[in-house]
Design a protein. Structure first.
Length: 178
């Protein structure tokens, strides 16, 4: 039986200043069979044009028994020549390519807008006017992800590929209003 993965995204009430920019903190916790394997705070800010910027993250990684391993994948814009990138552009156009993050040899994620105005159906509903991106890094050339974003919600579906073969699908299953 496949292990069950659960991802919980939560916007923190606290903020973090990175390179003089006040960023919101989005916490991303990943559980496999109810065991925490990753706990990450992403630092995001929106500019006056509506672009959503990604300024870095602190990642805590755990083994399959829940024991802390390391902070691999952590980076901060402005430190060691790392640069912020778009999390998502405000007015995407098909074919648009952009860096999501740049920390040489550590975090070089890129994306390409491959569709706009898409209708996407997942278990909890149908969403219109969605944006689809292909996310990739030259550090792992045989892997990429297709990500589906719904207006007013954000990421609702993710398809992971390795060697052009679909290996995993992750879908939003619940929205909790606080």
């Amino acid at each position: 039986m496949e292990p069950e993965e659960e991802i919980i995204l939560e916007r923190r009430t606290s903020t973090r200043e990175v390179m003089g920019v006040i960023c919101i903190i989005q916490n991303d916790r990943v559980y496999v069979d109810d065991i925490l394997i990753e706990d990450t705070d992403d630092w995001l800010a929106q500019d006056d044009d509506g672009n959503l910027w990604y300024f870095g993250e602190i990642a805590s990684n755990y083994d399959d028994e829940g024991n802390f391993e390391d902070n691999e994948g952590s980076w901060e814009s402005g430190v060691d020549d790392a640069l912020a990138g778009y999390w998502l552009p405000a007015n995407p156009i098909v074919g648009q390519k952009y860096y999501q993050e740049w920390y040489e040899d550590e975090a070089e994620d890129q994306a390409e807008v491959i569709a706009i105005g898409e209708t996407v159906t997942i278990e909890i509903g149908t969403y219109e006017n969605c944006i689809v991106t292909k996310d990739f890094t030259l550090l792992e050339p045989d892997e990429y992800e297709l990500k589906y974003y719904a207006p007013g919600i954000g990421l609702i579906k993710e398809e992971k590929y390795e060697d052009e073969e679909l290996t995993e699908i992750v879908e939003l299953i619940e929205i909790i209003e606080k």
